[in-house]
Write a protein that binds this ligand. Structure first.
Ligand SMILES: [Zn+2]
Length: 60
């Protein structure tokens, strides 16, 4: 999926061993371009972006 911050497709799934994922929560992803860390949760049937860590780098 595309990064919600910069639109880059170079996202990487972060493996978090401590928690299982439910149907309503996608794995945490990190953008390879801007460093944003996010995950998508489904709230009342709508996908909602949860920002876990803000973007670090400016995208040129
Ligand atoms: Zn990004």
């Amino acid at each position: 999926m595309k990064c919600p911050e910069c639109g880059s497709r170079t996202s990487v799934e972060i493996d978090m061993h401590s928690e299982g994922f439910t149907a309503d929560e996608s794995p945490v992803k990190e953008c390879g371009s801007c460093g944003l860390v996010w995950r998508v949760r489904v709230v009342k049937g709508k996908p909602t972006v949860d920002i876990i860590k803000a973007a670090e780098k400016k995208v040129q």
